[in-house]
Design a protein around this ligand. Structure first.
Ligand code: F6R
Length: 237
């Protein structure tokens, strides 16, 4: 690990995370940026949008690869991760939408879809900077607690804990898809740099992940082995 920053609130968390991303984009305008959804990175994306609008941060050549997508939600479903990304980032910056990639949760053949996603990341040359949140059970992407660290894009059944945690975005737990496609731990670990943002409600799991045993039962614990992770922790939820 490289850096652990504690900041006062979510806005500061967003600013600190976005500063890392913006610096990387300025250094390499066609950066391959790995993106996450969920509550945690929203303030980071807000700050990137502000930097685009007020400081001319240029996304025109940036390529993005999202970590995950629910299986069974169409791209225009309000809770699909494609819709989330459009709404929270892509629609507000000058990114070429053809350069933005998410797994297709509606693919007829999911085996082909996951193999295709691995191939795509390979063709892009791998992820250069990866944005991460952390799930209450230590998941990153949708790599749920498991007996081994995943090493290729995969379809995963969501745990009850994740279904419960994500039900806040749906009309109820019954509406939450039961499966998702996720980029694997190996691809995440191959990112040259990682920015993990987490708020106060994740304090216990973050501590376990960063200071406890490295185990696939706490998927984020693998980050202890990455040499360039910046963790930004907001002391407020
Ligand atoms: C979503 C993702 C997940 C979330 C995690 C935390 O793309 O990668 O691992 O980062 O579930 O979600 P929030 O931030 O909503 O608590």
């Amino acid at each position: 690990m490289k850096e652990f920053k504690i900041v006062n609130n979510i806005e500061e968390m967003g600013r600190a995370g976005a500063a890392v991303i913006a610096a990387a984009i300025r250094e390499k305008p066609d950066l391959v940026l790995g993106l996450a959804t969920g509550s945690s990175p929203i303030s980071l994306y807000k700050e990137l949008i502000r930097m685009h609008k007020e400081e001319g941060l240029d996304f025109s050549k940036v390529r993005t690869v999202n970590l995950d997508e629910y299986v069974g939600l169409t791209a225009d479903h309000p809770q699909s991760y494609r819709a989330f990304m459009n709404e929270n980032l892509f629609n507000h910056v000058n990114i070429d939408i053809n350069n933005t990639h998410l797994p297709d949760g509606m693919a007829e053949n999911l085996d082909e879809e996951v193999a295709g996603y691995d191939k795509l990341v390979g063709e892009l040359g791998g992820i250069e900077v990866q944005v991460l949140g952390i799930g209450p059970n230590g998941h990153i992407g949708f790599n749920e607690p498991s007996d081994e660290f995943s090493n290729h894009t995969l379809v995963v059944p969501l745990t009850n804990e994740t279904i419960e945690a994500n039900s806040r975005f749906f009309s109820g737990a019954d509406e939450v898809p039961r499966k998702a496609i996720t980029l694997d731990i190996k691809h995440i670990m191959q990112a040259k740099q990682i920015v993990l943002v987490a708020t106060k409600n994740k304090e216990a799991i973050l501590r376990e992940a960063l200071q406890g045993k490295i185990t696939p039962q706490v998927p984020a614990s693998v980050l202890q082995m990455h040499h360039a992770v910046v963790v930004v922790f907001s002391a407020e939820e």
